[in-house]
Design a protein around this ligand. Structure first.
Ligand SMILES: [Zn+2]
Length: 87
């Protein structure tokens, strides 16, 4: 089990595209057991989305392509699916 600190550090690596499948699995396991980190990821994602909105101004399309918010959304969606009853 990784710590919350490692979870946040992983997020930075994740956004940089520098993570292994095993690290991603540990990250997802941590999120499954740690509501505060899930909340953090959710707010992080919202911040990214708001940043993208700000950057969608015609004159300000700089630097926003560095962040893959769809990947973070995918993690959050997978967590939501896990919480659904199986039957
Ligand atoms: Zn945590």
């Amino acid at each position: 089990m990784i710590t919350c600190k490692e979870c946040i550090e992983f997020l930075d690596d994740y956004i940089a595209g520098d993570v292994s499948p095993a690290a991603l699995e540990n990250f997802e396991k941590h999120l499954a057991l740690c509501p505060p980190c899930r909340d953090f990821i959710e707010s992080y994602r919202k911040t990214i989305e708001e940043t993208r909105c700000a950057c969608s101004e015609p004159d300000e399309q700089v630097g926003c392509d560095d962040v893959p918010p769809t990947l973070i959304s995918a993690i959050i969606e997978s967590r939501k699916l896990d919480r659904e009853p199986d039957a």
